[in-house]
Design a protein around this ligand. Structure first.
Ligand SMILES: Cc1cc2nc3c(=O)[nH]c(=O)nc-3n(C[C@H](O)[C@H](O)[C@H](O)COP(=O)(O)OP(=O)(O)OC[C@H]3O[C@@H](n4cnc5c(N)ncnc54)[C@H](O)[C@@H]3O)c2cc1C
Length: 427
């Protein structure tokens, strides 16, 4: 390995001597990609480092770590922002909110902007403004042969289509560009219900979001505490004009053990709600996009969080009502915008001795969702052991074949395969 790094350094020095330090990022990235290809080294790309499958690292290969490329450039007049390949949502929201602007992103500040966008993107503004990838308007990539390629509505529009959900399959993004919208404040925060009222609160969440206007995005997290009491955290984000919206009153309902933390706040405060430290736990996530959430399934989920007789992890329910349904489905590759919810069992633990039990819990919980599933899983939450059929089903046959054709054009050797892979296959 040390000989390899010497060879890489030599090549980098010879190039930078020619172009000077200013061009280092632009030289370093193509060189690293080219080097991995020419040495036959497996390659991983690290943005924010959040992927639960651990795709951003690997042994005996080359990791392109973008975590020092975190700039976000805002053009307030054009209402667009360019985020560098390693920027996080905290970087992005801080830069865009300085101008009173937003793009719909993830709910945890340290998640990578590019990684999340390339897999779709669900968060606190999904009902209002769609999936994160619906707001992607341009990109610059370094493809595996070291070429710099741009994508927008006017240039390589088919690549832009593929980047809206097709993951990090086509190149390393030096920057992605987003459409922005004005937003100053929201009504947001958390409603936490414990104990016997959780079932009713979960049913209320389901019913409220089914009829909710686009001004309300909402997610819910179901778990049990150490005393095996059910806990439901509901995370509304309302951006309408009412000071007391009926939907928020309905979400509160008459729950007895209710901790009501919902109030007017800045969008940055809303984005910081879940900023817990990340990186110490072991993870295994599995879920389904479901057509509906019938009472029977709610009861099964309430049973599943108790199944190990101790807290095993959370069940995350992300509502996909509103804007994702009103966006032209042919504008991007994602194939699940018709689902009512994305429901995911997110097993988290620390002791490696629990690996088998925790993984089995997530798989069995996901299996309980299958009767209501649209078929595929969410690229951003899938583990490395997902079969290709699940990746295919996340797009549908036609879109998957179109993605494979793009893969053959931009990465025919499948150099970028440490991801939810779209293999190039035969034409
Ligand atoms: C705590 C936590 C919270 C999350 N919250 C949300 C959420 O609110 N909404 C949501 O939709 N998802 C969420 N996710 C899932 C997240 O979107 C995905 O795991 C995503 O892959 C993370 O991107 P990253 O850059 O942080 O991760 P990394 O592990 O660094 O990268 C993951 C993959 O993305 C690709 N990638 C990253 N950057 C680039 C780039 N510049 N160019 C090309 N490819 C790149 C690569 O294929 C890489 O393997 C969350 C995950 C965690 C762990």
């Amino acid at each position: 390995m040390s000989q390899l790094s010497d060879r890489l350094l030599e090549r980098l020095q010879s190039r930078t001597a020619r172009v000077g330090v200013v061009g280092l990022g632009y030289v370093g990235l193509p060189l690293a990609v080219e080097f991995a290809r020419s040495e036959g080294l497996p390659l991983a790309v690290r943005g924010g480092g959040h992927n639960p499958a651990g795709h951003c690292v690997l042994d005996d290969g080359l990791v392109i770590d973008l975590s020092r490329m975190r700039g976000v450039e805002v053009d307030a007049d054009a209402r667009t922002a360019r985020a560098q390949g390693g920027s996080t949502w905290l970087d992005f929201d801080t830069a865009t909110q300085a101008h009173g602007l937003v793009a719909p992103g993830g709910v945890v500040g340290s998640t990578g902007v590019c990684g999340l966008t390339l897999g779709g993107g669900i968060g606190h503004l999904t009902a209002q403004h769609g999936l994160t990838c619906d707001n992607l308007v341009g990109a610059e990539l370094v493809t595996p042969d070291g070429t710099i390629v741009r994508a927008s509505a006017d240039e390589n529009a088919d690549l832009l289509w593929g980047l809206r959900g097709g993951g990090g399959n086509f190149g390393v993004a030096t920057w992605l560009e987003y459409r922005l919208r004005p937003l100053d404040a929201v009504v947001g925060g958390m409603l936490t219900v414990r104990g016997t009222g959780v079932r009713d609160a979960l049913l209320r969440f389901r019913d409220v979001v089914a009829g909710a206007p686009r001004e309300l995005s909402c997610q819910a997290v179901l778990s049990v505490d150490d005393s095996l009491k059910h806990v439901l955290v509901v995370l509304p984000c309302y951006t309408g004009s009412s000071s007391d919206p009926a939907e928020l009153r309905a979400l509160r309902g008459g729950a007895r053990e209710l901790d009501d933390g919902v109030q007017a706040c800045s969008f940055l405060d809303q984005q910081r709600l879940l900023d817990s430290p990340y990186g110490t736990n072991r993870h295994y996530w599995k879920g389904h996009f479901v057509r509906e959430l019938p009472d029977e399934l709610v009861d099964e989920l309430l049973r599943r969080v108790l199944a190990l007789g101790r807290p095993a992890g959370d069940i995350l329910l992300e509502s996909l009502h509103g804007a994702p349904k009103n966006t032209d489905p042919t504008a991007g590759a994602v194939g699940w915008r018709g689902a009512a919810f994305n429901v995911s069992a997110t097993a988290t633990w620390q002791d490696p001795a629990l690996d088998e039990e925790q993984i089995a819990w997530a798989r069995e919980t996901a299996a309980a969702l299958e009767p209501w599933s649209l078929g595929g899983g969410y690229m951003n939450y899938m583990q490395a052991d997902e079969p290709i059929e699940r990746v295919r089903a996340a797009f549908g046959d036609e879109a998957f074949d179109r993605l494979r054709a793009l893969k053959r054009r931009y990465d025919p050797g499948n150099v970028l395969r440490r991801n939810q892979n779209i293999p190039p296959g035969a034409a």
